[in-house]
Design a protein around this ligand. Structure first.
Ligand SMILES: Cc1cc2nc3c(=O)[nH]c(=O)nc-3n(C[C@H](O)[C@H](O)[C@H](O)COP(=O)(O)O)c2cc1C
Length: 211
């Protein structure tokens, strides 16, 4: 997670990964802690990260506690964003791929330029050099030429740019539906099965159907 707005997207992707039986190496940038605090009121503390993660992931996008209770966090490891000696900073670490959700434009620039200024950027560079899937969920508006050029660089390098851009054709009635649509497209790009949104079936198929 980097420090763009959109922490509900990250929560939905994390829940989706855990539902799919994936293990997760979680990296929360310093700026992302600020957006998490701003958007949820939760301070993400190194010493209590499991408690804070459980509280956060149980909330719906509307902030209601207890919406997603009972998540098993056994398969989540947390690495400090400043820990450049952490497992995911090496290509030999057995990662399947990496999802940056949400991705700040600063993070996009850092990865496009190969800066590796923190574990998040280093792990992303490693993911690209190892030719593993990298999904970048950028959130900013408007996008200027510099940001767009960085996104093209990431696309050229093999990353999937999946912007935080919810669609309204899938029958959304709540904020969570819009969040889950974006999270579902992120998981689609990573090849992770999920049932987060209704897929378009074409006009003859009656539009969108639950899958
Ligand atoms: C409350 C808040 C919301 C922010 N929202 C965005 C955003 O939507 N997109 C973005 O690119 N940066 C946003 N920023 C700015 C980034 O946090 C900032 O560029 C930071 O340096 C990113 O660092 P990181 O990529 O290491 O997480 C926001 C900052 C704060 C405090």
């Amino acid at each position: 997670m980097s420090g763009a707005s959109g922490t509900p997207y990250a929560a939905a992707v994390l829940r989706g990964l855990l539902d799919a039986g994936e293990s997760v190496d979680l990296v929360v940038s310093r700026a992302s802690r600020l957006t998490l605090l701003d958007e949820t009121g939760i301070s993400f503390r190194d010493g209590h990260w499991q408690d804070d993660l459980r509280t956060w992931l149980a909330r719906g996008a509307d902030g209601k506690p207890g919406t997603f209770d009972g998540l098993d966090l056994t398969d989540v490891r947390h690495w400090g964003a400043g820990d450049l000696a952490a497992g995911p900073s090496s290509g030999s670490y057995p990662a399947k791929g990496m999802l940056i959700v949400p991705a700040s434009t600063a993070c996009v620039a850092g990865v496009a330029l190969g800066l590796s200024k923190d574990l998040l950027q280093r792990a992303a560079s490693v993911t690209l050099k190892e030719r593993r899937p990298l999904v970048v969920t950028v959130r900013e508006a408007p996008l200027d030429g510099q940001i767009l050029r960085h996104l093209v660089t990431l696309d050229d390098a093999g990353a999937a740019v999946v912007p935080a851009s919810p669609a309204f054709y899938a029958g959304a009635t709540h904020i969570q539906d819009l969040v889950d649509f974006v999270a579902g497209r992120v998981l689609d790009a990573a090849g992770v099965p999920h049932g987060l949104y209704r897929r378009w079936q074409g006009e003859l198929g009656g539009g969108c159907r639950a899958t």
